[in-house]
Ligand binder design. Structure first.
Ligand SMILES: Nc1ncnc2c1ncn2[C@@H]1O[C@H](COP(=O)(O)OP(=O)(O)OP(=O)(O)O)[C@@H](O)[C@H]1O
Ligand SMILES: [Mg+2]
Length: 508
């Protein structure tokens, strides 16, 4: 007999419906899987055979052919175990086939028949909803994640015998209900708080500007001055995730298999901090079945590159296009997928190879040539996309021994949200999200200056030898500073402050 069960396969962070057709025909006992299965899918037949026997079902001692459609899509991973087992039970008339048309099934099966969680369930549930399926049947550990998609009947089960029982007696079971918007509203902020930071007023201010305008930022300072500590506190002052953003982030983390065990909504903005030995593919994504890289995992959050100069130059070059486009496209022979990658880049670096150039206590031991070579590594395309270059100096002794006195993240976040609301009104008409995305024509329109301010900027251009690009960066930052004070026109103080955040230009 022939039976068909629906499942799905991930394509990037989206999913495609996959039909699992099972035919049981005469012939010597064998199981054949066709339709571009990878090794994990091939191995599925062994797992399923053992699981069905151990769960007390009769395994048909005939020729079982399993066809995965569409035939030209590669199928990977263990998530087809459950649909294959139900297909075999349906084809051998051990379960009712009526419901199988309406549901997508997925899950890994252990040899004893229990179900294990798989990656990417949220993306698949979203696809099921789009395709108008009634619901989705998943391992219990994936159920909360699937239920984030509203308007879909989600059933979570521990064991394949429960799935079979559901197919035979659906009226005995209730779909899972989760109100995810509530979950987001309830979730407390779990990140690090700015109130732990002593001193560093300028760096704190720069973080606030970065958060308000979506500007990329680099901290420059000697070891131990608190650069890493500051950077880790950026997600906490960014506006909280909206429900749609939280779903997007959760979907990416789900595809990467990074959700906590009982996968549910990711409520905090991501903070990713790849080590400087990271390879290009681990940063931007890759693999024969493309997986999201660090920049996509940082989507809607912060990508932190600590010790920026230690990263390989060619690896940093990978970041150029995503920083520009907000997404990354990975092409493989069989498929090409795009992963979203809209993040704020924060980097930290020492000012020279020994780390103490410009320090008030310890003398720098590097030669001018050594420093030049050090900066040469950073100059160019990547630095061009960083608006704020901020010096982080070592704390004064009296600051070190005092208790921290700064504001907490919540207070700063409120100002950030106000500034974003101000800029939003302007940017919306142009389809931009934050000041950092402004182009030259927007700057001409929204960053007009009076004569005194122009003279100040011109002086800075001369003195620091700024490029046209750097000048644009100053204007963008000045716009955000003005937005933070709620001012419509750009004033001298705004531009003067923005000029301060060109530390690296000044050192060169
Ligand atoms: N401003 C500060 N307020 C409170 N603690 C601080 C401050 N700066 C540094 N510290 C303490 O020093 C530790 C080291 O700071 P951090 O790792 O941020 O320095 P860094 O600038 O990143 O140094 P490196 O260049 O070596 O990476 C922090 O974990 C914190 O305990
Ligand atoms: Mg550090």
């Amino acid at each position: 007999m022939l039976a068909r069960v629906w499942s799905a396969s991930l394509v990037g962070i989206d999913a495609m419906k996959v039909g699992v057709e099972v035919d049981i025909a005469g012939g010597l006992p064998a199981i054949v899987v066709v339709g571009l299965p990878d090794t994990a899918v091939q191995e599925s037949k062994e797992r399923v055979k053992a699981a069905l026997k151990n769960a007390g079902y009769a395994f048909p001692m005939r020729r079982v052919v399993i066809n995965l459609t569409p035939a030209d899509l590669r199928k990977e991973g263990p998530s087809f175990d459950l649909p294959i087992s139900m297909g075999i039970l349906a084809a051998s008339e051990q379960v009712n086939v009526q419901l199988l048309e309406q549901f997508i099934l997925l899950g890994e099966v252990s040899l004893d028949g229990s179900l294990r969680a798989v990656a990417g369930v949220l993306a698949i549930a979203a696809t099921a909803k789009q395709l108008g399926m009634r619901g989705i049947i998943v391992p219990t550990d994936n159920a909360c994640e699937a239920a984030l998609v509203q308007g879909l009947d989600v059933y979570g089960f521990q064991h394949l015998s429960e799935v079979a029982d559901f197919l035979n007696h659906p009226d005995r079971y209730q779909p899972l209900q989760v109100d995810a918007t509530q979950e987001l509203a309830r979730s407390p902020f779990t990140g690090l708080d700015l109130k732990d930071v002593k001193g560093q007023a300028q760096a704190r201010r720069a973080l606030e500007i970065a958060a308000a305008g979506g500007h990329n930022l680099v901290f420059v300072g000697p070891p131990g001055s608190g650069k890493t500590m500051l950077a880790r506190r950026l997600p906490g002052i960014l506006p909280p995730l909206s429900f749609e953003e939280a779903l997007e982030v959760t979907q990416i983390h789900s595809v990467a298999g990074l959700l906590k065990e009982r996968g549910s909504l990711v409520c905090d903005r991501p903070f990713r901090s790849p080590h400087h030995s990271a390879s290009g593919p681990s940063l931007v994504g890759g693999g024969s079945f493309p997986r999201p890289g660090e920049i996509s995992l940082a989507h809607r959050g912060v990508l932190f590159l600590d010790e920026l100069t230690e990263f390989k130059r060619d690896v940093l070059e990978f970041l150029r296009q995503p920083l520009e486009d907000g997404c990354v496209t990975i092409s493989r022979t069989r498929q090409s997928v795009a992963f979203p990658a809209q993040f704020t880049l924060v980097a930290s670096t020492n000012p020279c190879p020994c780390g103490y150039f410009g320090d008030t206590v310890q003398a720098c031991t590097c030669s001018p040539r050594g420093r030049e070579q050090y900066w040469a590594k950073l100059s160019g395309p990547l630095m061009d996309r960083i608006d704020l270059q901020v010096a982080v100096n070592r704390l004064k002794p009296e600051e070190m021994i005092q208790q921290p006195k700064g504001e907490d993240s919540q207070t700063v976040r409120q100002r950030v949200q106000q500034a974003r609301a101000v800029s939003q009104k302007r940017l919306q008409s142009e389809g931009l999200r934050c000041n950092a995305e402004m182009q030259s024509r927007h700057l001409r329109q929204w960053c007009q200056m009076d004569e005194a301010t122009q003279a100040l900027l011109e002086g800075a251009i001369r003195k620091l030898g700024l490029s046209a690009r750097a000048t644009d960066r100053i204007l963008k930052v000045a716009r955000t500073i003005a937005d933070l004070t709620g001012e419509d026109s750009l004033q001298t103080v705004h531009v003067a402050e923005a000029i301060q955040y060109r530390t690296i230009d000044r050192m060169q």
